[in-house]
Structure formats: structure tokens, C-alpha cells
Design a protein around this ligand. Sequence first.
Ligand code: ABU
Length: 500
Amino acid sequence: DFSNIYSKDLLPASHGEELTRGFLQELVNILLEYICKSNQRSSKVLDFHHPHQLKEGLEGFSLNLPDQPETLEQLLVDCRDTLKYGVSTGHPRFFNQLSSGLDVIGVAGEWLTSTANTNMFTYEVSPVFILMEEVLLRKMQSIVGWSDEEGDGIFCPGGTISNLYSILVARYHFYPEVKTRGMGALPQLALFTSEHSHYSVKKSAAVLGLGSENVVTVKCDERGKMIPAELESAIVTAEEKGLVPFYVNATAGTTVYGAFDPLDDVADICNRHTLWMHVDAAWGGGLLMSDRHRMKLQGIERAWSVTWNPHKMMGVPLQCSVILVKKKGLLKECNEMGAEYLFQTDKPYDVSYDTGDKSIQCGRHVDAFKLWLMWKAKGSEGFGAQVDKCLENAEYLYDQLQRRAGFELVFKNKPEHCNVCFWYTPPSLRGLPPGEDRDTRLHQVAPQIKGKMMEKGSVLIGYQPFGAKVNFFRCVFSNPATQHEDIDFLLEEIIWLSHD
Ligand code: ABU
């Protein structure tokens, strides 16, 4: 009973050990209950409430911050409610995001990380984690196909920041003076990325002062893959306009279609024009773990930098993203500021392990440990099997969509990755001739079904328009808990919820 106990009674309070153990054990019970429930198909994926409802407070759950301390009993209730009104991203029927699942070993890793509560800037305060990060980066570099002599990298807060690093180091590689003299010392640079690539390339160009308008978007084929000839002609056109091309982003696993750009062709073009080649494999990098699917990233070894997010296909708890840079030492040269209060050079150990100055951050969360622990638990083969299973689920959905009335694939080919994009046309629209009226009405179907899905909480899937295409569903598989029965359920639920 914690109804008269407060946080001040816990450690470091004297004699606080027993209460601390009791409180944390209660919390663990809440978390275990949540983990078990997340895996039960009878439980909801979400218990949706509108922002104003949550703000007003629900059944004693208040977001307001008190002046006086509340009891530990209340804090435990708050913890339970926080999970109750959240979204169960580990549920086998959560198909909404590229990152999903609830890996028990990964969760254990994250718990340990929070308990250690340290910072990744120096070996001094994170000796074990720094070495684990080095081991992981080396392993990932060798899986990408780089030699032992090549390769550097760092864990980052998400794929957008990893992609930002790639542009940052590319610019520094060609124009090191930018670090001290700024953009005024540089010509007007141009970057290239496909029209299906992630918006982080444009965002990074804006953040880095390159300008989002200087990001040239290259045309893709109907499957969402960059067309190499379009890339080459875009480079030539930019040069003719007086811009200086320096960087190409190729995507391995686009966000909506899951497409893989032709990496070898892009590498040939980058070689011919001496451009930095980056591969955004935030989503597709996981396929490198699979003997069956890694050939889809053929040519990635020729990249000068790679983004790879283990928190997507590899199911590592958020967040876990890596930027790999082929040229050793470049990250440090580009970003180091040598703050003497932190990175003293006369420390009693090899200070090359004070890797924090490679980062654009100062404080850096430990994202490496949970991946290291999961790798120990599964082995490389276990990750490969996990990836294979997700791709097999995508193929199962692809087959089912072709068998069921009212479903239509956005592109006809078998999925290369775990994205399956489709429309559902309810019976009432099926007789309509192709044209604006049908498009307008079909555009409303996915958001209407999604709205009902959120209210009911039985399943969750994303939708979006793309170019001239009206809203369609995007189902993604990265949760190893998902089975064929969940995919059947999703399709039945879409049909059911489409009824007025
Ligand atoms: N950073 C891309 C994640 C988007 C998604 O989960 O759909």
C-alpha cells in the first residue's frame, strides 16, 4: 500500500531500500501486465480519446502538474493510465508505422540503459557502452560490405538526423572551409534525391543552410525506384544552371512504396560526376541481415555513407538509428570542437575512445546497448529469420488482396519490401465509371475507415495520397508477432468498417 508514501521516502532516503524495491516491483508488474496484454489479440490496439478529452482528464487521470507531491499510489495509477490511453505498438495488429513490435530483450536493454543513466560523450562515463557502440558499428559496416580499413559511424536520434549527418559530412568532405567560414564561402550546391525519398533530405538541406529548393527531386518509375537516366540528366541540368552538384541520396526501402533504388547504377553516376553517394537504408537496411533478401541492396557497399535504423525492420525499441561513413576520421574532423572541460587530451586512457566529439550533440542517449543485447539473444541469423518472416507476411497480404473483391493494389508487382499499398472500394462505389467523381469519393474511403478503426481500436493501419493517386492504405510489417490471422482480420475489418 503506497497511499501514504511519497518519492522522498525512496532511495536515497535512509532506510528507503525496501520501499524502493517494493515500488519498482509494482511498476514492473504494471509493465509486465501491459507487455502480456499487448500480445493478446482480444485486447485493443488503442483506446482512442481526442486531445481535449485527455486534457480535461479521464477517470482521475489528470495531466496537470501539482504544487504538492502526490503519493506513490497515485503515481502507479498514473503509470497504468499512461499506458492505457496510449497506443499498443507491440500489438500484432498494429500496422501503422515502420517501427513496431515489443521485443522483450530490447525492453530489458532499455530498462538497463535508463538505470545506468549515463551519457555517450566520453569513455570516462560510458566505458562499456562506448565499446559496445564500436563493436556494433564495425559489425554493421562489415555487413554493408566495407573493408576493415574503412568505416566510421555513430548512433543518432533517428533516421532524419542520420541523413542530416550524411549531408553534413559530404559537404565538409568537398568544402572543409564551411566549418569555419560558413556557406558564404561556398558555391551554390545542389543535392539529388528521388521523388519517393524521405522528406528528411529536404529538411536537412534547409537546416544546413543549403536551401530546400536546391534539392533536386529525381523521377521514379511506377514502382517508386529512381530512374538512373533521370538522375544523370538532372545533374547535367543543374550544372548548366550554375549549381554545383555534390551529393546524391539513394533510398533502400522508400517510406510509402518500400522501393529500392538501383544502387549500382546510382554509384556509377556518382563516380562519373565525383558526387557523394549516400544510401538511406533507414527502412531497408534490415534486409541486409537476410540471406534471401540482401541482394535487393546490391551496390550499397559502394556508398560513401549509409543510414540504417535498427528500430525499424530489426524491431529494436525506439530509438536506434545509425549513420555509417566510409571515410575514417571524417565525422570527427567535421564536427569536433574539442571542449576542454569534457574532451581533455591528458586523460589516463586512450582518448580516441571519447567519441562524443564526432557528434553534433553533446549529451547523447545510450541507444547501442539494447541492440547489442538483442544481437546476443538472436544472433545475426535470428535477425535474418525475423526479417524473412515480415517479408513473408507482406507476400501473404499481396496474395490475399488479389483474391478478395473490392481490393486493388497500387502497383501490381510482388512487394520487394514489407510495404503493401492498396485501395479498398466499397460496393457502393464499384459501379462508378473512372473519373473525378469516383476519385473524389474513393479519396474519402481510407480516412473514413481509419477514423472508425481508431474509435473501435481493433487494428491500426496508415493511409496517404501520393502524387496523383488518391488516398490508399499502406500496410507495413515489422512486428514479428503478426501472423496470417492478423492480416485476414485486417481485411475483414476494413470491409466491416466501410459499412455506413
Ligand atoms: N521516419 C519514417 C517513419 C515513417 C513511418 O513510420 O511511417
